[in-house]
Design a binder for this molecule. Structure first.
Ligand code: WQD
Length: 341
């Protein structure tokens, strides 16, 4: 019997890439999403990439405990990957209650129904944001979490804790938190990718929108950081590589290979890249020139963060493989695809 994975928030940027990888690895997938931050573009893209017209899709809100319960009653679910949540850092500062209610309630409902239906395998999409401004680089899973600087970041920490405590308290539940570094890029088919609403906050969507002429000029937020070229350093991880990590993690749970009932893995490349290096890489990969200027620092940005991915490499058997230029070419192909070029 094929195992079935529920992907909450599965119509979004990362969820859609994970759905593709799960289907290609032979799992059945149920996609559930309230569509609050996306349209059907990516779900339709998933169907095209995989050639599967029959992927179950449920439009629902995980903040609704009755709808969540109904989903678990009507489907045999073996594992859940929980993406559903709000993710705009700035908005979370302006509207903290919206973030706490949505991100915590939805996850609590998922765990509660999973528990009630004997579906004990829960994977949470966490973030490197939990490390704050790290004292030592690269960061390992043992590096201390720092107090969150935004309600969004705080919900990531709190959801990790909710999962950890649930695993401890209730038998039959185990959990994995994957801490993503900076997911970028798009599927090589250019049929799924990131679709930010309004002005993008993140670097790569801003770059591609500038390159295509939707934005006039990219602002590089600060070139006076104590880094080799003065711009911030990040661990940019290709979204397809990132998606594959989920397949390894799900398999680890379903095949009973976990060493602890609650495990955490960094999902990154282990290689820092500065904002300027990324811009140069984008220009080179796509043979174009980007209009950018140096602007003041953005409040809240950490100087540098990158992963030590050894644990994921050794325990999950997963490794980031895609070349950064391929990743940046895919991001550009996707931008052109949505512009209809
Ligand atoms: C990367 C670098 C900016 C835009 C955030 C969240 C994190 C996670 C991923 C997701 C920084 C610089 C950016 C621009 C720029 N959350 N930059 N000009 O801040 O590392 O992480 O996204 O849901 O939790 O905090 O990513 O892409 O916003 O920025 O110079 O127009 O690019 O200053 O140094 P960040 P980012």
């Amino acid at each position: 019997m094929k195992k079935c994975v529920l992907v909450s928030g599965g119509a979004g940027f990362i969820g859609s890439h994970v759905t593709v990888e799960l289907l290609e690895a032979g799992y059945d997938v149920i996609v559930a999403d309230n569509m609050s931050n996306c349209d059907m573009t990516c779900f339709e893209g998933v169907k095209k990439i995989t050639g599967r017209e029959d992927i179950p899709f449920v439009k629902m809100d995980f903040c609704d405990p009755v709808a969540t319960e109904l989903l678990f009653t009507t489907h045999e679910i073996d594992a859940v990957i929980h993406f559903a949540g709000f993710k705009a850092v700035g908005e979370s500062v302006a509207e903290p209650l919206k973030y706490y209610r949505n991100n915590l309630e939805s996850f609590i409902n998922v765990i509660e129904s999973a528990k009630a239906h004997g579906c004990g395998n829960i994977l949470f999409s966490s973030s490197a944001t939990v490390y704050g401004e790290p004292e030592k680089l690269p960061v390992t899973e043992e590096s201390p979490r720092q107090p969150a600087t935004s309600p969004y970041g705080n919900t990531k920490q709190m959801c990790e804790d909710i999962l950890r405590d649930s695993v401890k308290a209730y038998s039959g539940i185990r959990g994995i938190a994957l801490r993503y570094f900076n997911p970028i890029g798009a599927h090589p088919s250019a049929l799924i990718g990131e679709l930010p609403r309004g002005v993008p906050n993140n670097l790569v969507p801003f770059i591609t929108q500038t390159a295509i002429g939707k934005r006039e000029c990219l602002s590089v937020f600060g070139n006076d950081y104590p880094t080799p070229d003065g711009t911030c350093q990040r661990d940019f991880i290709d979204v397809v590589d990132l998606a594959k990590a989920h397949v390894f993690a799900v398999r680890r749970m379903l095949e009973d290979k976990m060493k602890n009932e609650y495990e955490i893995f960094n999902i990154g490349t282990g290689k820092p890249l500065s904002v300027m290096e990324l811009i140069n890489g984008f220009e080179k990969a796509n043979s174009l020139k980007l209009n950018y200027k140096i602007a003041p620092r953005r409040p809240g940005d950490v100087t540098a963060i990158w992963a030590d991915p050894t644990l994921a490499n050794e325990e999950l058997g997963w490794k980031a493989e895609r070349d950064i230029e391929d990743t940046l070419a895919a991001a550009w192909a996707w931008e052109k695809h949505i512009a209809g070029e």
